[in-house]
Design a protein around this ligand. Structure first.
Ligand code: NAP
Length: 479
């Protein structure tokens, strides 16, 4: 696979970073650890390409993106296998993600063809604009940088880079260092579809090294969108501030999963499998704090263990029988292990799972978790861990849910819509799901965070607007 910078294959001598298959600890590829002059070159090329790509007709740009989407569909198996190998998710999960990626590309391309401006109503004599005709148009902004996390690189490429590109910006992608390969391959498909090489570039290298700070603080870029952790989001925001670069952040979360005493407990237990255990618990809007009413707690735990035993098969990510593979790295699994041990040291009880083997970490249930423990507030465990906090009232559930400084999503289970809606309405989160877990991100949603979970919104219904700026035209004295 080739990386193109400034329209040419990048073949400079740089330190190479190994991309490891975490399931078997084997190298699956390498990427260059780029340096400052490489970033300068990428930014200059993107600026140059903006002059042509940004001036194409919307139809031409959308056609290229639609072709790329078709190529992604055609190469689905290849991309899914690559993603599974570098990431540890199962081939089935990777397949679903790549198919979803193609769909998001198509939807942005379609909608961009209908990105209308406004015609303003006639003003008043008093304001002096009674005789003026005013209308608006949405223009691209310039050079956009999309910084991706490891958990869903192709899908987040589609949510961030694709609308920016479709709307006429030129884009630079910084993929996650642990698993950049599927995105690099996808970018080749965009070139094949007709997207100019200088309009879409990839820079590789560690965010914590030169690439991260130099890129996010570069005066030649106009917008950055990052998905990642809060400390990284803050740092990028600070780097960008000195150039007044627009920043969009999708950050950490600790979503509550609330089960009231009148809930369908079986449904709730079943939802945990998708909402917490899928992708090995490494989903931003996965449910991470389980607030279960005292009256149904025992039944919930029984049923949950039943569903884990019947529906979850952790194993070789390439075995079609496996429903979950391993975490992104052994380091990440050790971190989960430490967080579980820490929560136990604070008084929680391990009643299921808790074992690690390399990068594999079992689905794990902790009980006796109290509202003052870190995991009940801001300790985000990025693994298949289910900490259960007993609640006795709707008010208590809401107070615990809202005590986190995060505010991404949440879920509430009740047969009484009014009770569920009261909690949903008062929850300090961007999204609330009734009778479902928080992992419920439709591409149409204006997805994002309240509080520390982020700034800006992402989704078909919103991102094209965020990636453009509105220009006014005033025809003076024409009416
Ligand atoms: P991360 O460590 O914050 O990294 C995210 C991206 O930022 C990576 O590409 C990383 O590069 C890069 N980066 C690191 N330092 C940087 C710097 N100084 N300047 C520029 N870029 C820098 O996050 P992660 O571990 O990949 O992802 C997990 C986190 O993302 C969790 O907290 C999760 O909740 C959050 N997340 C949020 C959403 C959402 O929509 N709200 C969605 C998914 C994930 P390297 O890979 O080279 O380190």
């Amino acid at each position: 696979m080739d990386i193109y910078l400034n329209g040419e294959i990048f073949d400079k001598e740089r330190t190479l970073i190994d991309v490891i298959d975490p399931a078997v600890n084997e190298v699956v590829g390498t990427v260059p650890d780029m340096i400052e002059e490489d970033i300068d070159l990428a930014v200059a090329a993107a600026r140059e390409a903006f002059g042509t790509w940004g001036k194409l007709s919307q139809r031409d740009r959308s056609n290229a993106i639609e072709k790329a989407a078709a190529l992604i569909d055609e190469h689905l198996d290849e991309l899914a296998m690559l993603l599974s190998r570098e990431n540890g998710k199962t081939v089935g999960e990777a397949n679903g993600e790549v198919a979803f990626t193609g769909l998001i590309c198509k939807q942005f391309a379609e909608l961009a063809n209908h990105l209308y401006g406004n015609a303003l109503p006639k003003g008043s004599d008093q304001a002096g604009d009674f005789h003026n005709a005013t209308f608006t148009r949405r223009d691209p902004v310039g050079v956009f940088v999309g910084i991706l996390p490891f958990n869903y690189p192709p899908a987040l490429f589609a949510y961030k880079l694709v609308p920016a590109l479709t709307a006429g910006n030129t884009v630079i992608c910084k993929p996650p260092t642990d698993c950049p390969l599927a995105v690099i391959r996808m970018v080749e498909l965009f070139y094949e579809a007709g997207v100019p090489k200088k309009a879409l570039q990839i820079v590789t290298g560690r965010g914590s090294g030169c690439v991260g700070d130099y890129l996010s603080g570069h005066p030649g870029i106009d917008m950055i969108s990052v998905t990642g952790s809060v400390p990284v989001g803050k740092r990028i925001y600070q780097n960008a501030a000195k150039n007044l670069t627009r920043v969009f952040c999708e950050l950490g979360a600790n979503d509550a999963f609330i089960v009231l005493d009148d809930a369908d407990v079986d449904l709730a237990a079943k939802e945990v499998i998708f909402s917490r255990i899928a992708n090995n618990g490494q989903t931003c809007c996965g449910s991470k704090r389980f607030l279960i009413h005292k009256a149904v707690k025992a039944e919930f735990i029984d049923k949950l263990i039943g569903y884990i035993k019947s529906d979850v098969r952790m194993g070789d990510p390439r075995n079609p029988e496996s429903t979950i593979g391993c975490l992104i790295s052994e380091k990440a699994a050790i971190e989960v292990e430490k967080q579980v041990d820490y929560t136990i040291s604070q008084g929680a009880k391990l009643i299921y799972g808790g074992k690690r083997n390399g990068a594999f970490y079992e689905p794990t249930i902790l009980t006796d978790v109290t509202k003052d423990m870190d995991v009940a507030k801001d300790l985000e465990i990025f693994g298949p861990v289910i900490p259960i906090i007993e609640i006795e009232s709707d008010e208590e559930a809401l107070a615990i849910a809202n005590q986190s400084s995060f505010g991404l999503s949440g879920g509430v289970f009740s047969r009484n819509l009014k009770r569920a809606m009261t909690i949903a309405s008062n929850a300090e989160t961007c999204t609330m799901v009734i009778n479902g877990g928080s992992d419920c991100r439709s591409p149409e949603l204006a997805f994002g965070g309240y509080k520390k979970s982020g700034m800006g919104r992402e989704g078909i219904s919103r991102t094209l607007e965020e990636m453009t700026q509105e220009k006014n035209f005033v025809l003076k004295n024409v009416w």
